[in-house]
Ligand binder design. Structure first.
Ligand code: ADP
Ligand code: MG
Ligand code: MG
Length: 246
């Protein structure tokens, strides 16, 4: 479904990604791990089509079509959704209006139908109806922001959901609901590309079915099953990098 081929990406003339190859098929669950600054967010943002990230080599294929030059909205229409590491505040735009708009545009729902669905799904992520009349992320805690990203994902049910550190800056209760909702989306057929520092968010997911990729300095230096995530949790990255000579 997603095929990233020998991807090179520069930001402000600095090469950040230096030849990434990655293939995600329907229903698969991939995990990207790696120390700070290894290029994980750059990969996520580039696949989602963020204009700041310039592809200088290689390509991104989605369902057989080259999407390397497509804008973020067109990629969203094709079924790619990115949940941001730091979800931005949008002053003046209410959550309910934003999510209704998304459902109208991406799912062709009418606005009343969209309203009811948003309110219903919001409850599953601990948002009350009145919370939905606040502006998007304005004054939100880390956990609330990440839960709102997940709410968007649950509503859209994208083909491919990229989650950039959904576990960072959240309390344990939010972590457990977020982790359950990711698993639920996966079970309903969404392919997942999850960026994380910690194996903890993987919860009870079957380690055999996970594909874990470890990044360093803009490259994937090792790929393995979910056991690799647990090994990183126990031993850190240094040992892995030593083993692969990276
Ligand atoms: P990670 O998500 O793995 O922590 P990032 O992709 O955020 O890594 O960053 C990789 C490298 O690219 C870092 O050295 C970072 O400073 C740089 N970088 C990322 N985005 C930008 C940007 N918008 N402007 C300048 N440098 C950037
Ligand atoms: Mg980081
Ligand atoms: Mg990052």
């Amino acid at each position: 479904m997603l095929k990233v081929e020998n991807l090179h990406v520069s930001v402000e003339n600095k090469e950040i990604l230096r030849g990434i190859d990655l293939e995600v098929n329907p229903g698969e669950f991939h995990v990207i791990m790696g120390p700070n600054g290894s290029g994980k967010s750059t990969l996520a943002l580039t696949v989602a089509g963020h204009p700041k990230y310039r592809v200088t080599g290689g390509k991104i294929i989605f369902e057989g079509k080259d999407i390397t030059e497509l804008g973020p909205d067109e990629r969203a229409k094709k079924g790619i959704l990115l949940a941001f590491q730091v979800p931005p505040e949008v002053e003046g735009v209410k959550i309910i209006e934003f999510l209704q708009q998304v459902l109208v545009e991406l799912k062709g729902m009418d606005s009343a139908e969209a309203y009811d669905l948003v309110v219903e799904k919001a409850k599953e992520l601990w948002f009350k109806e009145e919370d939905l009349h606040r502006y998007v992320n304005v004054g939100f805690s880390g956990g609330e922001r990440k839960r709102l990203e997940l709410l968007q994902a649950l509503l859209i049910e994208p083909k491919l959901l990229i989650l950039d550190e959904p576990d960072s800056g959240v309390d344990v209760d939010s972590l457990s609901i977020i982790s359950r909702k990711i698993e639920e989306l996966h079970q309903r057929g969404t392919a997942i590309l999850l960026i994380t520092h910690y194996g903890r968010i993987l919860g009870h997911l079957d380690r055999e079915k996970l594909r874990v990729h470890v990044m360093k300095d803009g490259r994937i230096v090792r790929t393995g099953s979910g056991e690799l995530a647990d090994q990183i949790d126990r031993e850190g990255f240094a040992k892995i990098f030593e083993e692969v000579g990276a």
